[in-house]
Design a protein around this ligand. Structure first.
Ligand code: NAG
Ligand code: NAG
Ligand code: NAG
Length: 610
């Protein structure tokens, strides 16, 4: 037995780059020493080593040779054909942030570098209209039912290590290009860069979910399964030390030639040099066109929805948020706000009221256009609703007192459960405003939904407004390009429990009055494409985007890792659906780095009450 091993496993083998990369995610030769690996040097970096590629007709496999040793690097120049000895490694960036990372096949500790020739032509592989096309819907065969399927983390990509199917699955496609020098023609930025100046692009390959601004929107595929855009890829740090440009959604940049790698949990292209901006779209969107017509007799209702992100009376962004509500949202009849902090902002001192914050916002809006809102909200029990400790964020309503009144105000406390009642043929609430089932364990440690019953002063028409802010998407959710499949969506179980509580309340309203005007709006913190979460609510209500036939690509209020997506949603009862209109104002998703107000886009809707 020992003898057989000695015969079949010599210490060093002559292997090709193709054999080292193999046809799976992990190298079949990981941990082994290899000798006389030859290839054309395609690129080089002072900190990451160099890249070599096979150029024969059998394979274009390529690999990174990791070294930061100047003495080693000085021996190679792009255009050389070299042969070398090295060790096959799977690189994993260490640290808690990367526990869900894939590994990168690379050669380490290169020695015996021999130059066979120099001055050879280096030709990148075209990824784009005239070249290779990434798949546009599925990431990996392991995401059965798509990347949002529950349960998450049913398998691990690095353990299953499937054979690559680059024409079927996005991760297989990008993995098949790892180590290769590629050229992306006509790159379009999908959003602002991160603080390291990395940004997401699509090339001129066929893409699905392209929105009018040029970004990519999360969508459903033609098969009805969620499409989270595997055709998008990161542009990382340029190899020559230049700095990526200031881009935003829809910016076109010059052609990118670079090497494909995997790092910081995403496939990425490291350009030889930073691209330059060819064209920026600086047009702003808005103000909304959805205003109340003149001489409206209380039959039109406009409402806005805005997550104002940790807003306190002394927040730097309060004047901007106020001017947006006045100038862009055009002071709709009701504004559903999320993330209003208490009157001591981030101080953890037992203060829970928000009147100073709300009054400051109301004053700032009034100073823009003279519209003076009334507000209503219920303070939480101290530190029981999540968010920054001491901030006590809550949802709140602004409403226009010359247009609407709060019906029989009777403020509930933080733990009082409001219920809908029949009040001589009209609707009533036992607490108005009130919280929906606040002691239900679904709301433990998070924001409770707020319900308010309003009546049009001109027409007497009633409307029940439900303002929600479901449990946050965790910054620790695993990457779409990560190891757990489907990716981990940590708080999904909370949202799965929360939406049915709201749905039951809606059901109780419609059971009393089937033609009640009901609006549920807010930050759901979940992809509408995850039907398991939304089915209980859509059994009774319709998303206003469905009622208004908003094109699927234009449904977004948030931008994350290149994906334009809709976390902020409104659902309306059958009475309000005919003629419903909605506009998502992309004030923040279109902005440049450092210029956005909060991170969500507001929306404005218009419905008919009679
Ligand atoms: C590697 O190449 C050297 C020089 O050509 C040769 O002497 C040696 O036998 C080769 N090693 C293997 C394992 O093929
Ligand atoms: C705080 O604001 C609410 C409306 O949101 C109002 O009913 C209440 O009277 C205010 N409290 C004080 C102390 O002004
Ligand atoms: C708001 O508070 C949350 C919770 O502490 C925090 O994660 C987030 O970064 C804050 N946002 C801003 C803009 O301060």
């Amino acid at each position: 037995m020992l003898l057989a091993l000695l015969i079949f496993l010599p210490a060093a083998l002559a292997e090709t780059i193709a054999e080292i990369q193999g046809n799976t995610f992990k190298s079949p030769l990981v941990g082994r020493s290899v000798t006389n690996v030859s290839g054309l040097v395609t690129a080089k970096s002072a900190s990451a080593g160099f890249w070599i590629a096979l150029t024969d007709s059998s394979s274009d496999a390529a690999i990174q040779v990791f070294t930061a040793d100047p003495a080693v690097l000085s021996q190679v120049t792009p255009g050389d054909i070299v042969t070398l000895d090295a060790k096959v490694s799977e690189f994993l960036r260490l640290g808690n942030d990367y526990v869900n990372s894939l590994t990168l096949t690379e050669l380490t500790s290169p020695t015996n570098i021999r130059k066979l020739s120099s001055g050879n032509t280096v030709t990148p592989i075209v990824v784009g209209a005239d070249g290779l096309h990434p798949p546009t819907q599925q990431f990996t065969s392991l995401d059965v039912g798509g990347p949002l399927t529950i349960p998450n983390d049913a398998s691990k990509l690095m353990t299953a290590n499937p054979t690559l199917q680059p024409t079927q699955y996005g991760l297989d496609f990008w993995e098949s290009l790892v180590g290769k020098l590629v050229k992306v023609t006509v790159p379009t930025s999908l959003g602002r860069p991160n603080r390291f100046k990395d940004f997401w692009i699509r090339g001129d390959w066929p893409s699905t979910g392209v929105n009018a601004r040029g970004g990519l929107t999360v969508n459903l595929g033609s098969d009805g399964l969620p499409d989270l855009n595997p055709e998008a890829v990161v542009v990382g740090k340029p190899l020559d030390g230049t700095s990526n440009p200031d881009v935003r959604m829809g910016t076109t940049v010059s052609e990118i030639v670079g090497v494909v790698t995997y790092d910081f949990e995403f496939y990425r292209i490291l350009p030889l040099t930073a691209p330059t901006v060819l064209a920026n779209n600086d047009a702003v969107q808005g103000p909304t066109t959805l205003t109340v017509p003149e001489n409206d007799a209380g039959c039109t209702l406009t409402f806005g929805d805005y997550n104002v992100e940790n807003l306190s009376w002394n927040s730097d962004h309060l004047p901007t948020a106020a001017s947006q509500i006045a100038d862009f949202l055009k002071t709709p009849d009701i504004v559903f706000l999320q993330e209003i902090q208490d009157d001591s902002g981030g101080s953890n001192n037992g203060v829970v009221t928000s009147n100073r914050t709300m009054d400051a916002l109301v004053d700032a809006i009034a100073s823009r256009n003279g519209v003076r809102y009334s507000h209503t909200y219920i303070s939480p029990s101290n530190n029981q609703d999540g968010g920054a400790n001491g901030g006590n964020i809550r949802v709140a309503f602004l409403y226009r007192p010359e247009r609407l009144k709060l019906v029989n105000p009777n403020y509930g406390g933080p733990l009082d459960k409001t219920e809908v009642v029949n009040n001589n043929g009209k609707l009533g609430l036992t607490f108005n405003p009130g919280r929906i089932d606040p002691s239900n364990s679904a709301w433990e440690g998070t924001r409770k939904p707020l319900v308010a019953l309003f009546e049009s002063i001109a027409s007497g028409q009633q409307v029940i407004a439900i303002n929600i802010h479901d449990s946050s998407k965790s910054g620790d959710d695993s990457s779409l390009h990560g190891n757990p499949r489907p990716p981990i969506n940590y708080a999904v179980q909370k949202r799965l429990a929360q939406v049915p509580v709201i749905a039951d309340f809606v059901k109780s309203i419609l059971a009393l009055k089937s033609d009640a005007a009901v609006i549920v709006s807010g930050d759901f913190n979940e992809f509408i494409q995850l039907k398991a979460v939304f089915d209980p609510l859509t059994a009774h209500l319709k998303s206003i985007d469905d009622a208004a036939n908003t094109p699927a690509e234009e449904r977004y209020t948030y931008l994350f890792n290149g994906n334009a997506q809709q976390l902020d949603l409104a659902f309306i009862s059958p009475k309000l659906q005919p003629g419903a209109e909605v506009e998502h104002l992309h004030i923040n998703t279109w902005s440049r780095l450092g210029t956005r107000t909060p991170d969500h886009d507001p929306s404005v809707s218009r419905v008919k009450l009679c």
